[in-house]
Design a protein around this ligand. Structure first.
Ligand code: UGA
Length: 426
């Protein structure tokens, strides 16, 4: 099938590549000329495992094309998949101007039947409004179908996720597009979930906010475990063995970040508020997340009561491992707090060389700890688990480790003579 994917950002590019790999002919369009040029030269502007290689294979075999000719490609493709960004506004609601402009372009370029698929995460009710927008612009009802098809990819494992989905959600107004939709993805063991336009939008928000809820629950439990001097890991294990609960997303730590969970939580709260629905649970999930950094600074002060003038090294800058994404990263929030407290901060990340204001960034993890009073592990890269702790200790001034992701072996570092502070650990 011929598909035009609008938006060559994280979701658009990954989806376009996967669709081409499934055998479709894909035109991936974006208004950013520099980005399209670099994609044509085979360069992915962010890190995602395996994407660069798969993109190049499909670009070279002629199934995946990149273009800035948005209008022409929308006009010539019977299927248009919208994957433009919907960034948060100051009040937490989503900025839908990019999606509106794509729909306007579609409205003025419909000749024959077009299937419009919304992949971007949009607040409940948006696809119904886009449908009405097309009708208001004089597009005949018979000429198009609009489908809400949220994505559930995780950064770091996006290609695996798209090839092995656990569900494929389609929100439709009628049964007309179902036959085409079933040919779009490799289904594997996934089940199709057909629902209304708004139902599909809410499945996406419910998924991300439920994951956020699990994490905040874990973080609150870890606080309680700390108070009772109980190891949270044991509690998480006990919880996770119950199949009704499961162990996923119960890792306590600095809290959730990234471009999706915090944004979707705010957007759902905003959408609910507009319908006069109180969101006490979502409010609490956010409040817990917003105070996680304070909890770990408090923990650090139990061994370093005065942080002013201390040199602290932070390992891990990205919002989670296996990505170069710094958006809403708890590690960055932590660093900003340390600077506000008067600390000198050193940083090291296996993937990102990021210069931050008032921070010394190192490209060697051992160099980064030189003369430090404490080391904080903010992101759980495997490399930190496997490092040479006697080398680290010999370079540090004081031997304090705050493992804010419970990702290193505390016995090994304690044997090495470190003071070890973990998450929900006595
Ligand atoms: C999330 C969802 O997991 C995807 O299903 C969804 O498609 C995506 O958002 C999206 O809406 O595009 P992602 O943002 O890539 O994916 O990251 P997650 O793996 O969900 O991690 C989010 C944050 O939660 C990270 O900061 C991570 O460190 C934190 N986390 C995760 C915890 O603190 N504890 C855990 O147990 C798990």
């Amino acid at each position: 099938m011929r598909i035009c994917v609008v938006g060559a950002g994280y979701v658009g590019l990954t989806t376009a590549t996967a669709l081409a790999d499934f055998g479709h002919e894909v035109q991936c369009v974006d208004i950013d000329q520099a980005k399209i040029e670099s994609l044509r030269q085979g360069k992915v502007p962010f890190y995602e495992q395996g994407l660069q290689e798969l993109m190049n294979i499909n670009h070279q075999n002629g199934r995946l094309h990149f273009s800035i000719q948005v209008e022409e490609n929308i006009r010539d493709s019977p299927i248009v998949l919208i994957a433009v960004d919907t960034p948060p506004k100051e009040d937490g609601s989503s900025n839908l101007s990019n999606i509106h402009s794509v729909v306007e372009t579609i409205a003025s370029n419909i000749k024959g039947y077009k299937l419009i698929i919304t992949k971007s995460t949009v607040p409940p009710g948006t696809n119904a409004l886009l449908y009405q927008m097309l009708l208001d612009k004089g597009v005949e009802e018979d000429l198009f179908d609009i489908v809400s098809n949220p994505e559930f990819l995780r950064e770091g494992t996006a290609l695996w996720d798209i090839k092995h989905p656990n569900k494929i959600v389609f929100g439709t107004r009628s049964e007309r597009p179902i036959k085409i939709l079933k040919k779009l993805y490799q289904k594997g063991k996934a089940s199709y979930i057909f629902t209304s336009l708004t139902g599909a939008e809410l499945i996406k928000y419910a998924s991300n906010t439920f994951l956020a809820t699990k994490i905040s629950f874990a973080n609150e439990m870890a606080r309680i475990c700390d108070a009772f001097e109980v190891n949270y890991i044991d509690v998480a294990k006990g919880l996770g063995t119950d199949p009704r609960i499961n162990r996923h997303f119960l890792n306590a730590g600095l809290g959730f970040g990234g471009s999706c969970l915090p944004k979707d939580l705010c957007a759902l709260k905003d959408a609910a508020m507009r319908q006069n629905v109180e969101t006490k649970l979502l409010d609490a999930v956010m409040a817990i997340n917003d105070t996680q950094i304070d909890i770990y600074l408090k923990k650090l002060r139990t061994v370093l009561p005065n942080l002013e003038g201390k040199q602290i090294t932070v390992w891990g800058l990205t919002f989670k491992p296996h990505t170069d994404d710094l958006r809403t990263s708890p590690a960055i929030a932590l660093i900003k707090q340390l600077i506000r407290k008067g600390c000198y901060v050193h940083t090291y990340d296996p993937m990102v060389q990021q210069e931050l204001a008032n921070v010394s960034n190192f490209n060697d993890q051992y160099e980064s700890v030189k003369n430090s009073d404490a080391l904080i592990i903010a992101t759980e890269w495997e490399q930190f688990h496997e490092c040479d702790w006697s080398e680290v200790k010999s370079r540090m001034k004081a031997s304090i480790i705050l493992d804010a992701r419970n990702c290193i072996d505390e016995k090994i570092v304690r044997n090495e003579g470190f003071i070890y502070l973990g998450v929900g650990k006595p």
